[in-house]
Design a protein around this ligand. Structure first.
Ligand code: FAD
Length: 374
């Protein structure tokens, strides 16, 4: 009989790597499995908000991230253009970072390994092992059974662990799709990201260092894509006044995003990052939540392992701490989505924020997970 790992983490994105790092550092035997081989790209706006930067610092990985030369982000310009556009900045002493995910995630994974985590790439988890209702490990696509005292599902938007636990609350109501790629020649973006809203679609542009920018095109429904994401993406760039830019890599498509969960804990299992529920990428808070959520998850799992009780009831403190930590940010995200997706409300709202810089700063600060006051 193979000795069970204390923790098997499924997924090596920010949530999985950070959870593994915290737990391995506390002396637990941790194995992390990812179906990909790193470095790998991930569809994302690639902006770590200021609270996310603090979470990287807490994890002890900020110097390694800064050594990669990320772009500094001190705020956002948002709108349709002209009078319906506003800018908001983070407080002077705080900033976010723009950094390609293939580099950020590779550094986070290396950190997890340096903390003592066992890492397996090309390891696609397809099922959970159970004894009665309790999760006791995972099965990979090649049939290997890997026993664990607790399984962490950090396997992103379409989490297999979430689905196998039966904790998905419903299918998505927001029918948005996103297309992302890196570009050069976007001109002088300075230290602000830009969100150009066009009807019910939106183009986000942010510098990610070394003269490269990340572009995300988000659309509702997606009927206009016509089966050719590359062509659709390039046309969207032209429409947003970015005709001179050069696309540097393939377009990654993803969506829909709105995957709410009934709860994030079960007997012998816990969900982290996007797998624990996701709504909409517009405010770019996902990396912060993945990192901070990992801290909360690791604290609860550590206590549960030490007590020898990994039941859902023993893991409930994680659920409560997540709600406290992310509840107001989630409400803000829903409010912003409701306004942005209605052009007749958004245009006057953007004009109003343009005339109220204090409020515009407060909103950008809140979306940066810094709270409403400086
Ligand atoms: C278009 C878009 C733009 C975004 N922009 C931003 C932004 O600018 N800033 C921000 O903070 N957030 C942004 N987000 C959100 C952010 O990308 C996510 O919240 C973040 O990546 C969540 O991290 P995670 O570790 O939970 O999941 P992921 O980063 O998705 O990592 C999951 C990992 O699990 C692995 N995996 C999946 N299934 C399995 C399996 N069955 N077996 C083994 N491994 C598996 C995957 O290979 C992957 O490595 C954006 C999201 C989208 C879609």
């Amino acid at each position: 009989m193979v000795k069970p790992w204390d923790v098997v983490v499924v997924g090596g994105g920010p949530a999985g790597s950070a959870t593994a790092s915290w737990l391995a550092r506390k002396g637990h035997r941790v194995l992390l499995l990812d179906r990909a081989r790193f470095p790998r790209r991930k569809p994302c706006g690639e902006c770590v908000n200021p609270a996310g930067v603090e979470a990287l610092r807490a994890l002890g990985v900020l110097p390694a991230v800064e050594a990669l030369g990320p772009a500094r982000l001190r705020g956002w310009r948002i709108g349709i253009g002209g009078d319906s556009e506003f800018s908001g900045d983070f407080p002077a002493e705080r900033c976010g970072y723009g950094i390609p995910r293939e580099r950020l995630d590779a550094v986070l994974l290396e950190h997890a390994q340096a903390c003592g985590t066992g890492i397996r790439m090309d390891a696609h988890v397809v099922a959970l092992l159970r004894e009665g209702e309790r999760v006791v490990g995972v099965r990979s696509a090649d049939g290997e059974e890997i026993p664990a005292r607790i399984v962490v599902g950090a396997d992103g938007l379409r989490s297999v662990v979430l689905r196998r636990l039966g904790l998905l609350r419903r299918g998505p109501r927001l029918r948005k799709l996103a297309f992302t790629a890196h570009v050069s020649g976007a001109g002088e973006l300075g230290e602000r990201g830009e969100l150009r809203v066009q009807g019910s679609s939106c183009v986000g542009i942010a510098p990610v260092g070394e003269g490269v920018a990340n572009v995300v095109v988000v659309v509702q429904g997606g009927t206009e894509i016509g089966g050719d994401p590359e062509c659709f993406f390039d046309r969207a760039l032209e429409r947003s006044g970015l005709a001179g830019v050069r696309r540097l890599d393939d377009v990654l498509a993803t969506g829909p995003f709105d995957w709410p969960v009934r709860r994030a804990v079960a007997d012998g299992a816990l969900l982290a990052g996007d797998a624990a529920g996701y709504y909409d990428p517009f405010t770019g808070q996902g990396i912060f939540r993945a990192l901070r959520g990992a801290e909360l998850a690791a604290a609860t799992i550590d206590a549960a392992l030490l007590r020898g009780d990994t039941s859902a009831a023993a893991l409930l403190p994680y659920e409560r701490r997540r709600k406290r930590a992310f509840g107001s940010g989630e409400r803000l995200q829903r409010l912003i989505e409701a306004v942005v997706s209605r052009p007749r409300i958004f245009a006057p709202a953007a004009g109003w924020l343009r005339r109220s810089p204090t409020l515009a700063n407060a909103m950008v600060r809140a979306a940066g997970d810094l709270g409403w006051t400086a």
